[in-house]
Design a protein around this ligand. Structure first.
Ligand code: DGL
Length: 255
C-alpha cells in the first residue's frame, strides 16, 4: 500500500493521477484535517507533525509515501528522508520548469505562505535561472475556502482580485498547492490566455519510476482506504465520504 498525504482534500488531485497511472496499486489517503491549514504554520511545527504522520504510515505497512502537499514537501521532505531511510518518500514542488519552458511571458506562482517563503522554492527558481520571469503570490485563506467548497463565488472573487493586476504580463499560472488543482476550470475561464501547470502528473510518473526501480510495483486491485486525523468519529466519517466524493468527481475530469 502507498500512503498519500495532504493536510486536507488537495492531495486527492494527486491521488487521481496516481490511480490513473498505477491502477494496480492500493492507496491509503490520509488528510491531517485536524491540523490544517499547514500553509500558515512554521516550518518546525510541520516537521513535527510530519514525523508523527510518518509513524502512522509505517504502522499501516506503507511501502512508499507520497507527500501530495507542496507545503509539507517544502518544510519536511528533506528531514523525513534523513530520518526514515528505509522507505521511499516522494514530494511535490511547484511546476516552475515546464511553465518557464513552455511559455514566454511572466509566470505567476500561486502557493501557500510557507511554500513561497521556504528556501526550497527559491533554490529551484535560482537553478532555472529565470527568477525575473517569476511572480510568486502567497494565497493565505484560499486552502480553507477550497476545503469548504471549491466552486464558491467567494473563490472566484478572491482569484479575480489577486490575479487581475498581473493578467496582461503573464502567460502561465503555476498551481503550487495541490488544493489549487481543483480551480483549473475556474482559472481557465477567468484567465483564458494563461496556461495552467501543476506537478501532479509528473509526481505520478516519478512514483512509477521509483516503484519500478525498487521492485515495489504492486499487483493489487486499486483499493483506496480513506483516513484523517479528526477526532470525532461522525465528523471523521463525514470527511472521509467528502474525500471519496471529490475523488470520484475529479477522477472524471482527468480520465
Ligand atoms: N495542499 C497543501 C499544499 O499543497 C495545502 C496546504 C495547507 O494546508 O495550507 O501546500
Amino acid at each position: 500500500m502507498i500512503a498519500v498525504f495532504d493536510s486536507g482534500i488537495g492531495g486527492i488531485s494527486v491521488l487521481a493521477e496516481l490511480r490513473k497511472l498505477l491502477p494496480m496499486e492500493d492507496f491509503c489517503y490520509f488528510a491531517d484535517a485536524a491540523n490544517a491549514p499547514y500553509g500558515d504554520k512554521d516550518t518546525d511545527e510541520i516537521k513535527q507533525l510530519m514525523r508523527q504522520n510518518m509513524q502512522q504510515f509505517l504502522s499501516l505497512g506503507a511501502k512508499a509515501v507520497v507527500l501530495a502537499c507542496n507545503t509539507a514537501t517544502s518544510a519536511a521532505a528533506a528531514c523525513l528522508r534523513e530520518e526514515f531511510k528505509n522507505i521511499p518518500i516522494l514530494g511535490i514542488e511547484p511546476a516552475l520548469k515546464p511553465a518557464l519552458q513552455k511559455t514566454e511571458k511572466k509566470v505567476l506562482v500561486l502557493a501557500t505562505a510557507l511554500t513561497i517563503r521556504e528556501k526550497k522554492l527559491h533554490d529551484l527558481a535560482e537553478s532555472l535561472g529565470e527568477q525575473e520571469r517569476l511572480i510568486m503570490l502567497p494565497c493565505s485563506g484560499l486552502m480553507e475556502m477550497i476545503e469548504e467548497n471549491p466552486f464558491s463565488e467567494e473563490i472566484e472573487r478572491y482569484l479575480g482580485c489577486l490575479i487581475k493586476p498581473y493578467e496582461n504580463e503573464i502567460s502561465a499560472i503555476v498551481l503550487g498547492c495541490t488544493h489549487y488543482s481543483f480551480l483549473k476550470p475556474l482559472l481557465a475561464r477567468l484567465f483564458p490566455e494563461a496556461e495552467l501547470f501543476d506537478g501532479n502528473e509528473g509526481l505520478a510518473r516519478h512514483l512509477q519510476k521509483v516503484l519500478h526501480e525498487k521492485d515495489l510495483l504492486g499487483q493489487g486491485d486499486g483499493k483506496i482506504i480513506w483516513q484523517n486525523s479528526l477526532n470525532d468519529a461522525a465528523v471523521n466519517e463525514l470527511y472521509n465520504r467528502h474525500c471519496e466524493n471529490i475523488f470520484e468527481e475529479y477522477g472524471k475530469h482527468i480520465c
